[in-house]
Design a protein around this ligand. Structure first.
Ligand SMILES: C[S@@+](CC[C@H](N)C(=O)[O-])C[C@H]1O[C@@H](n2cnc3c(N)ncnc32)[C@H](O)[C@@H]1O
Length: 253
């Protein structure tokens, strides 16, 4: 569905059908996913400028324009990127499209089982956990149910990372949507293998426990260090998602 929203070609009839239902319900979805990709580019650039050269991209999806490795390599040609996704088709496409790409691996694993991710050969052979890592969980935690304990999951990655590491999250909240849009939107995703768990921005601090929030804190995705002034039109069209970025403090705080 996400690939279809982005205008990609790596999608199937069932994806397109559900995506069209979602677009009828919420036409701004397309702008929202593009803004999420713009946030991805900004945050990867930010991490590279902070001197981080290692990226762990959880729920990386099907490669599309402006992938993490492309943005990271612009600022840091020596950057290494471990992509992780649990969806076999996304992983197969990613492996095909990224074949021959140096300093990039693609791992099939469920991010809500951190031990599986952290022990995977594609992760261990590429990333040095004694050095800062940027952990990206963009537009994916809303596919992790409360039962799977997303805060506990993120805490496991926090413990594995060295001080100076960064966690970036973007998450759907349902803010600004009508009750019908929320209920019907959830119903559309309930019919897919990945139901949605919307979480309000107020839950961000719990999810990012152990990470010090970087200014501007928890904000709508379009307002996290924007490159340009955000128009009121875009702001109101895509308020349905928040972003937050935190850094792991040193043991001394
Ligand atoms: C909406 S896409 C986001 C892609 C990319 N992170 C971005 O922000 O552009 C969500 C991706 O997360 C993956 N995903 C969902 N739940 C996951 C899980 N528990 N573990 C790993 N990947 C997951 C899906 O297969 C999909 O490729």
């Amino acid at each position: 569905m996400y690939d279809y929203f982005l205008g990609g070609t790596q999608n199937f009839p069932a994806d397109r059908k559900a995506a069209e239902q979602q677009l009828t319900l919420l036409p701004a979805t397309r702008v929202g996913v593009r803004e999420n990709r713009a946030f991805l580019r900004r945050v990867v650039r930010y991490c590279a400028e902070r001197g981080i050269r290692q990226f762990l991209d959880l729920g990386s999806g099907i490669p599309t324009a402006g992938n993490v490795h492309e943005v990271a390599h612009q600022g840091r040609p020596d950057a290494v990127i471990a992509y992780v996704d649990h969806e076999p088709v996304a992983v197969a496409h990613a492996r095909r499209l990224l074949h021959g790409e140096e300093r990039v691996t693609v791992t099939q694993a469920d991010l809500s089982h951190p031990a599986d991710v952290l022990d995977a050969p594609g992760v261990t052979r590429l990333l040095d956990f004694d050095q800062p890592i940027a952990v990206l969980a963009l537009s994916v935690l809303h596919f992790v149910s409360d039962e799977a304990d997303p805060a506990g999951v993120l805490a496991a990655y926090q413990r594995a990372c060295a001080p100076g590491s960064v966690l970036a999250v973007s998450h759907a909240s349902g803010a600004g949507l009508s009750a019908t849009q929320v209920v019907e939107g959830l119903r559309i995703y309930d019919q897919t293998p990945t139901p949605l768990s919307l979480r309000p921005a107020e839950q961000a601090r719990e999810l990012l426990t152990g990470w010090s929030l970087i200014p501007p804190g928890v904000v709508p995705v379009v307002e996290w260090r924007p490159d340009f002034d955000v128009s009121e039109e875009v702001r109101s069209a895509v308020g349905n998602g928040w972003a937050a970025v935190g850094v792991k403090p040193s043991a001394s705080g």
